[in-house]
Design a protein around this ligand. Structure first.
Ligand SMILES: C[S@@+](CC[C@H](N)C(=O)[O-])C[C@H]1O[C@@H](n2cnc3c(N)ncnc32)[C@H](O)[C@@H]1O
Length: 268
């Protein structure tokens, strides 16, 4: 039987988001590798801040029977969706090692963990230094002495441009829309739209009103929150394929690329 084409009416935006921007296997592998590199031991407990559908946490408990996770998000609908996804993806024993909680990541207190992760630039939602440092201080307090706080960031001169970037997937097109940018405050308004083969659209399926923090500012705020060491890992580039690689490299100096993605890795 011929499979029906995806349309805006039929599409589930959370599934499209996951397919477009998430790769939980990568994050789980990266956490394991870095933890081993810094502490010569295994990372067992993960806290996923701004977890949305908590895919990384689900992958984390799947990866090893000794792994536990805590996922935090401030959107009750997302929390319900995360619980549903977890119950579909995981067996009872795996699900029992995963806590999914409604809360503000800058205040939420839970188990003290080996690693705290904040992905897809979610902490950019904190637009002034005090709020950002408050979030980082909470992460500091929720982390073990031998712990890793890992967060991603993006930048480069294209990040200051108004643009729409289209990526084709099998059944839909993902559109990243940098709709406005204010150089005075670094406030940036971005949207994710989805387009379908029948020309229907899910316009503004996701909306992000952020401050585009720079790497020096983020590092300063991490230090003010108490972190003693901060390393920067820049995403690699494949010249032949003209696209990013899946590898991140620890660097202290790099090219002024038009668009880059980095991970900051902070330790006590
Ligand atoms: C850009 S999405 C990131 C989702 C996921 N971490 C990822 O990597 O794709 C941002 C998420 O952060 C949540 N959020 C926004 N402010 C928050 C806060 N103060 N505390 C916890 N979650 C928050 C939103 O509800 C949303 O699910």
């Amino acid at each position: 039987m011929k499979k029906e084409k995806l349309t805006a009416r039929k599409a589930d935006i959370n599934s499209l988001y996951e397919e477009s921007v998430q790769c939980p296997e990568f994050e789980v592998g990266f956490i394991k590798k870095l933890f081993k590199k810094y502490y010569k031991s295994r990372c067992r407990s993960l806290r996923e801040d701004f977890c949305a559908s908590a895919l990384i946490s689900a992958e984390w408990v799947l990866d090893n029977k000794d792994n536990t996770s805590l996922s935090v998000d401030l959107d009750r609908k997302m929390i319900d969706a995360a619980k549903k996804t977890a119950s579909e993806k995981l067996q009872n024993e795996q699900r029992s090692r995963m806590k999914i909680r409604y809360g503000d990541s800058s205040k939420y207190k839970g188990d003290i963990v080996d690693c705290i992760l904040a992905t897809n630039f979610s902490y950019f939602v904190f637009k002034d230094r005090q709020k950002l440092i408050k979030y980082f201080s909470n992460a500091y307090n929720q982390l073990k002495k031998k712990g890793l706080f890992m967060l991603d960031a993006f930048g480069g001169y294209e990040a200051h441009q108004l643009l729409e970037e289209r990526t084709k997937h099998k059944n839909f097109t993902y559109v990243w829309d940098q709709s406005s940018f204010n150089p005075i405050t670094h406030e940036i308004q971005c949207y994710i739209h989805f387009e379908f083969p029948d020309k229907t659209k899910k316009n503004k399926a996701f909306s992000y009103n952020w401050r585009l923090w720079t790497l020096p500012e983020i590092q300063e705020c991490l230090r003010e929150a108490g972190f003693r060491y901060v390393d920067i890992y820049m995403q690699g580039w494949d010249d032949e394929k003209d696209e990013e690689t899946e590898k991140f490299y620890k660097v202290t100096k790099c090219d002024a690329d038009p668009a880059w993605v980095a991970y900051l890795v902070a330790r006590k």
